[in-house]
Design a protein around this ligand. Structure first.
Ligand code: FES
Length: 576
């Protein structure tokens, strides 16, 4: 038998020479596993979020095979297992409702089984945070391999991007600028290969965060899903995870405070999705790093957006990869003292060793810090009586002249109320109004829907209005844009001041001063609060009930309160 690492968990199963050892090995042999696979070599779990209901992850069986080859190359024993998958496009009411449930699946699947290390396969938005959150709570050696973005959409000779052009084409259709036939044609042209959304939406942002955190291999962010180099990356991850087990480098050695600070600065530099704020916070709280909402503002402030990608810019992920990808961005940050250069990454090198010589092949796609694509464009964290727990806005996706704005509110009590009234030509609204949407937060929706970028009223679209100030406790798709204030905390359904806003109230937004204020007298608000009632849970049983009772606010990562932190890999009860 090979000399195994005494900390390897798998030997507690496979090295036993008693009835349980027989059971553990014999059942594994039913598919042709030879005896020598139980010689103490590292056992690597390949945690697969493949599902036909998650179109962004449908190539993951092939991806898993490449990881498997890598594990075998390095002398490990690969074992693939499925976990709950979360498809952004089909799941109702929103995939975010199930992120924490999927993370529980991942955590318990890893801990309960004889695994020494794990490779997580994730792609569509929520699959990345869900798998990493679960893995953090076990804290084994871990590498996340992203599925990679789709090829660029091509329509009528132009590039079109997931989400971003879905929004714009849907508004074109509503405003009568394109026909239904053209709309259908665009559907076929937009998503034409395996992979996740190819704009800098949430999936691409999270894949970039994985690389910036060091928990993914260099190149993880941008190699297209169908590019052979994505498969090479998967194979190299398979080889490397075996080494990580031998080197006893668990994921908490990678996910340090410095790693999160690198990720926050990278988030600003790529003009990434606002959803990353919630996901990074939740991941940090699982691994035990104290990350506050204000860290995003403080660390991102002054970092310019370098990447000219939709929704903030014009290019797509394929262009980003060909221009140099995330290593070129990290190099810019590192050369300008905006990177903790010594942060360790899963390939055994520091983040600076991985990026210091990274080339940039196209400065229109990846700008330098001295001539950025957009200046000062991190995530801005707002405070004020409307959001004492904070709210966020992504200035790079907003209209500059609206970032200081004072106007009357037009209030929608729920997303259903919004849908009922938004198309009404009699709706009392003009382009200066502030649109306010309530009850779309973690508890209120439930699951915090991506509806914060409310579509504008058709009567204003027809006048050529393209943006208005919008405020809600909801999230926004990473592919969306506009002057949109999100994640208002506390949310309306938790009794936040947002619940008290009425039509005609005046709201003041000042992004430069980081202020969001409801200009209504305190005694009036007190009177309104007396009449406010806590909404009942949407369902009285099952996961929805568990979620409603335990979900934290967006500023705390919207995790379930009892999932914060980690329990490690030890199984406390074991009668074997
Ligand atoms: Fe899966 Fe966009 S729908 S990443």
């Amino acid at each position: 038998m090979k000399k195994s690492n005494p900390r390897q968990r798998s030997i507690q199963w496979f090295a036993r020479q008693d009835i349980y050892g027989f059971i553990y090995r014999s059942w594994m042999k039913n598919r042709g596993v030879p005896q020598d696979m139980f010689d103490g070599r590292p056992v690597i779990g390949i945690c697969n979020t493949w599902s036909e209901l998650t179109p962004c992850n449908t190539h993951f069986r092939v991806l898993a095979d490449h990881v498997r080859h890598g594990v075998l190359d390095a002398g490990g024993f690969p074992l693939e297992f499925p976990v709950m998958s979360l498809g952004e496009t089909l799941m109702r009411p929103t995939a975010m409702l199930y992120r924490n449930l999927a993370s529980m699946d991942v955590e318990e699947s890893i801990r309960a089984n004889p695994l020494d290390g794990v490779v997580l396969l994730a792609g569509c938005d929520k699959t990345t945070p869900a798998t990493l959150m679960g893995a953090c709570s076990v804290d084994l050696p871990t590498i996340l391999v992203s599925g990679g973005p789709m090829l660029s959409g091509k329509y009528h000779g132009k590039d079109i991007g997931s989400g971003t052009n879905t929004w714009s084409m849907s508004e074109d259709l509503r405003a009568g600028r394109i026909t239904l036939e053209e709309f259908h044609e665009a559907e076929s042209c937009m998503h034409r290969s395996h992979g996740h959304c190819m704009t800098m939406g949430t999936a691409s942002t999270m894949a970039s965060m994985i690389e910036a955190l060091g928990v993914g291999m260099p190149g993880n962010a941008a190699i297209p899903a169908v590019d052979a180099r994505r498969y090479v990356l998967a194979r190299m991850a398979g080889r490397r995870i075996v080494e990580l087990v031998k080197e006893k480098i668990s994921v908490s050695r990678i996910l340090t405070r410095e790693a999160f600070e690198n990720a926050i600065r990278a988030l600003a530099a790529i003009g990434g999705s606002t959803n990353a704020v919630i996901h990074l916070t939740a991941i940090a709280r699982r691994i035990g790093v104290d990350l506050a909402l204000d860290d995003f503002d403080r660390l991102g402030r002054g970092v310019h957006t370098l990447v000219n990608l939709m929704p903030s810019g014009k290019y797509l992920m394929e262009d980003f990869y060909y221009a140099g990808g995330l290593p070129a961005v990290l190099r810019e940050l590192g050369e300008n003292h905006l990177l903790h250069r010594d942060a360790l990454t899963v390939n055994g090198k520091t983040i600076w060793e991985n990026s210091k010589d990274a080339p940039c092949w196209n400065r229109d796609v990846i700008h330098g810090l001295k001539s950025p694509f957009k200046k000062d464009a991190g995530i801005a964290v707002l405070r004020g009586n409307l959001c004492p727990g904070g709210a966020i806005i992504k200035p790079s996706a907003a209209t500059p002249k609206l970032m200081t704005h004072r106007a009357r509110a037009v209030v929608f009590e729920s997303i259903e109320d919004f849908h009922r009234r938004i198309d009404d030509p009699e709706l009392d609204i003009d382009e200066n109004c502030v649109m306010v949407l309530k009850n779309c937060g973690p508890k209120g929706y439930p699951g915090m829907a991506e509806v914060g970028n409310m579509p504008l009223p058709p009567k204003l679209l027809k006048k050529g209005v393209t943006d208005m100030v919008r405020i809600s406790d909801a999230r926004m798709s990473g592919t969306a844009y506009g002057t949109v204030v999100l994640h208002v905390c506390p949310e309306a359904a938790a009794g936040g001041a947002l619940a008290l806003v009425e039509n005609g109230d005046v709201i003041e937004l000042d992004v430069e001063k980081r202020r969001l204020v409801l200009l209504v007298a305190e005694d009036v608000l007190l009177k309104r609060r007396k009449n406010w009632k806590l909404p009942p849970p949407p369902l009285e049983r099952g996961y929805w009930k568990l979620y409603f009772d335990h979900v934290l606010q967006a500023s705390e990562g919207a995790d379930l309160d009892f999932l914060v932190g980690k329990s490690g890999a030890f199984v406390p009860r074991d009668n074997h």
